[in-house]
Design a protein around this ligand. Sequence first.
Ligand code: HEC
Ligand code: HEC
Ligand code: HEC
Ligand code: HEC
Length: 326
Amino acid sequence: MTSPTLAWEFAQALGLGAVAGSLILCMLAVRPRTGAGGVFALRSHQLLGWLVLAAAVMHVAGLLAADRTVVEHVKPAAPRYEYAGALALVLLLFLTVPAGAALRSRLWRTHRGFQAAHVAAACLLVAALAVHVVTTGRYVHGGAQTAAYLLLSAVVLLALLRSRPQRQSAPAAARFPGGLVFGRHSRRVLAIVLASLAALLALARVGAPLALRVPFVARSARLALDFPHDRHRAVSCVTCHHDYIDRSGQGSCVSCHRSGRVDLKAGPEARFHDFCLGCHRDVAEGLGVHGPVTGCDPCHVPPGAPISFGAYPLPPRRGVSRRDGA
Ligand code: HEC
Ligand code: HEC
Ligand code: HEC
Ligand code: HEC
């Protein structure tokens, strides 16, 4: 990798692949006892499962390697969506490692017990991935895209309830919910699917994604921020310095937004990432260009410091050399 941007994009693409693979695996879940009926044979299901796990692990490792500021997101003061990402990784481990025939038969006495646990973990995975994907805002941002992703997740959850083909003679009433493939545990699985659907609905509420970006534990110190005023000349001062006109008070953005004032609705990270990256990702009308949307270092290096891991493909700033090691 020559450029940190490439390494970053590659690691992000692996994450995207892991999400897509997870949704496909849930959508086309195997129904082993139906004979040849399933779309996926058990072996390809297992193979894809391992590939998804590998992609997810490489997604995390790749991001940490591409940008050292990402370490902030594995500390306890990480935003909640990173906990959702970590939970998704643990669930993927649970869905793959003990699912092999040898371990499976030791851990679960009945096959139905295994199926119930497997499907429940898959539901939680779909919900955890939704939190992670929607709140990072990288691939899915804005109301319409969020709604589309949540709808897709809901369809995937409902597909998990797909029943196995019934014998012709079985009366329709006896099929529900017992006709679902999970047999005796069908009620429990149904409850988990419905609860996951409810969790997805909560995510669609206005303001929920922002709230999910506030960490459980507040950081004690702010991060270094290299904010270039000279690159934002095309933006009106009060677009950012709202306090110049709205009587919220005086001071620097960060000192005020980290002050713990009771009227602040979001933590500094959620507020500023939403605001800064909001314009960088969906460029405001008339601007043409946009600021960094990749990595953390373009914003979080001490002012004037050269950016680590070589040059970002951004034009050099006045008086600052961005060459490696400069
Ligand atoms: C794109 C958003 C943005 C725009 C546009 C912008 N600023 Fe800022 N400004 C900031 C941020 C962010 C900081 C805090 C930087 C930091 O803490 O390192 C800041 C800091 C400042 C400070 C220092 C405040 C303090 O008390 O520490 C002044 C003064 C200032 N800006 C004036 C202006 C003026 C005047 C304009 C218009 C010509 C302007 N800014 C345009 C975002 C902006
Ligand atoms: C004196 C305190 C203070 C200063 C200085 C300040 N803010 Fe705010 N800011 C607030 C308060 C209070 C709110 C309203 C509560 C909320 O939305 O969290 C707010 C809201 C916001 C919002 C959300 C606006 C919306 O419509 O949802 C953004 C974005 C924001 N500030 C960015 C900035 C930036 C960027 C700076 C510096 C250039 C800055 N603030 C300086 C106090 C301040
Ligand atoms: C309204 C739109 C807008 C907002 C809000 C905004 N930016 Fe930018 N930002 C830009 C544009 C446009 C550029 C590219 C300017 C250029 O290339 O000359 C830019 C460039 C940058 C750069 C790259 C400078 C370089 O090294 O080449 C940084 C860093 C940056 N912004 C940080 C921030 C931070 C931090 C905030 C939030 C406090 C923020 N921006 C808010 C529009 C915005
Ligand atoms: C577009 C600029 C920009 C990018 C890119 C960016 N951040 Fe930020 N970040 C900010 C601003 C502005 C703040 C609020 C000011 C501060 O605390 O430094 C902030 C705050 C934070 C905070 C909270 C610091 C505090 O004060 O409590 C953390 C943690 C953080 N960012 C981590 C990251 C990580 C990890 C990445 C990369 C995945 C990243 N940021 C990418 C602009 C950016």
